[in-house]
Design a protein around this ligand. Sequence first.
Ligand SMILES: [Zn+2]
Length: 281
Amino acid sequence: MQAPDYPQTIVEFRERFATEQACEKYVAALRWPDGFVCPECGTKKAWEMQRGLYWCRWCGYQASVTAGTLFHDTHKPLRLWFEAMWYVTSQKSGVSALGLQRVLGLGSYHTAWNWLHKLRRAMLRPGRDRLSGRVEVDEIFIGGERSGKRGRGAAGKALVVIAAQEAEKGIGRIRMQRVADAAGESLEPAVWEMVEPGSVVRTDGWRGYNGLTELGYQHQVVSKQPELGDNLLPLVNRVASLLQRWLLGTHQGAVQHSLLEYYLDEESQLKTVKSDRTSQE
Ligand SMILES: [Zn+2]
């Protein structure tokens, strides 16, 4: 998917997203890179209405550009959400809910906390389509250095499993999922949700991955030592450092851009799940 350019500086950003309409257009371009497609009948012709609404010329369905996205049901302007994303992705020293509240002038700390949580959670959601082929899997602690306290968790840190598919040149698709701990009961379902059975899954020798063969994966252990730090899984390690940098707010515009796509992806998956359920009823 070819997504539109994302601004590199705050001046560019403010110019680019000066109006609600500009934000709506941006979301629309990410959702429908080849132009609007009616979610009901698949027709491409629609009238553009006020407030990001599209009215299908064929079936009359009214589609909101934000329906099924992170911004769905928000009572705040999209501009504010865009500001929040800019802030969250550009702070060098990390972001607090209080900081976000101050910068956006939000009346409620709770709202700021919710937004921050939503933005963070969005980027950690796994993808709907599972990875396949040759996949590296490893888990990292978010919010600090990787520690040796594997299997027990670390206070105040989130454990995230990363799966990175090998491509001809470097990293292909990636999936990330937050898990409670590094026990097999947590890691195996996470791998199952992110990677197609039958795939080659490369992990280190951590015992939490011992059950992968039984689940139908071609499990390759790259090291018998469960210690962390060796670069035996270069793909996931690269993704991990990218993620750490993003969370530390020291990444570049290119990363912010791809993250916005994550936000949209995750919510469209939720929508798909919901509509799947509806069609079964
Ligand atoms: Zn339609």
